[in-house]
Design a protein around this ligand. Structure first.
Ligand SMILES: [Zn+2]
Length: 270
């Protein structure tokens, strides 16, 4: 079926170019209410996941898939203490199964009260898809625009940051004062580099999302100074291409990669 888009605070918002079926569009899409809590703090973080947490290659796009329905149904009905908001299938179709401004899901441990979660369906060998990254990015575009979440992505030494962040730990504040698009792998040592893999971050970088070293505090302006590309450790397009090829899945157009596509982080007040 054709969906009408995402739901934020009860309001439907269309996502151009992506079929997002939400729980109001289709009664078979059930919300995971039993495994959520009322939202009380502002939602400033988007946490990305893969369903199996498996590191794999990137391919262009799968054939038609309805696994997003399967996973979303599982989310709503399984008796385990985990839940998430959005499921992005391997063909780029999307299920929006929770209103994250009303209730927060349990996808990122201590960070949950400030976050919402996206799951990407993946193949058993860990494969994910460029069309999936594109669909996810378009949905994230709409969410960040609606909620005024800075378009930061975790970056370290010229590549997507796989480290676990002290700032996301309970002792470090559990993500308070942080904003942007992070990975489950940045939240806990229990998940590893496949939750999610690097590919989705390269796709977001290509769209102009701003790479920052969160652990070095590059998401914050100090004394009103505007962050510059040199401050945020951007690799050259050539080195990005080499890294992508080494990762076994170079299918993203690299011509528009940073630094030319970088939006300067002048509004980096979080
Ligand atoms: Zn995860």
């Amino acid at each position: 079926m054709r969906g009408t888009g995402i739901i934020l605070g009860g309001k439907r918002i269309a996502v151009p170019g992506v079929n997002v079926v939400n729980f109001l569009d289709d009664p078979s899409v059930r919300t995971p209410d039993a495994h959520t809590n009322p939202r009380r703090e502002p939602m400033t973080l988007i946490v990305l996941h893969t369903v199996d947490g498996r590191l794999g290659g990137t391919h262009q796009c799968s054939g038609a898939s309805s696994r997003d329905y399967t996973y979303a149904h599982y989310d709503a009905t399984a008796g385990r203490d985990a839940s998430w908001d959005v499921t992005v299938d391997t063909d780029g179709s999307v299920i929006w199964q929770n209103d994250p401004l009303v209730r927060f899901t349990w996808n990122a441990n201590q960070v949950n009260p400030r976050a919402m979660g996206f799951e990407m369906v993946q193949e058993t060998d860990g494969t994910t898809y460029a069309c999936q990254y594109e669909a996810l990015a378009r949905v994230v575009d709409v969410v960040t625009n609606a909620q005024k979440i800075p378009r930061f992505i975790p970056w370290y030494q010229g590549a997507p940051d796989r480290r676990v962040f002290a700032r996301l730990s309970d002792a470090g504040g559990a993500g308070r004062g942080m904003a942007g698009i992070i990975g489950h792998r940045n939240v806990t040592h229990n998940r590893g580099p496949g939750d999610p893999g690097d590919g989705v971050y390269w796709a977001l970088a290509e769209k102009g999302y701003v790479p920052v070293d969160y652990e070095a505090g590059q998401d914050r302006t100090k004394n009103g100074r505007v962050l510059r590309p040199v401050d945020i450790g951007i690799a050259s397009a050539a080195s990005m291409a080499a890294l992508l090829a080494a990762a076994g899945g170079a299918c993203l157009a690299l011509s528009t990669l940073v630094p030319s596509g970088v939006r300067y982080a002048a509004r980096a007040t979080v």
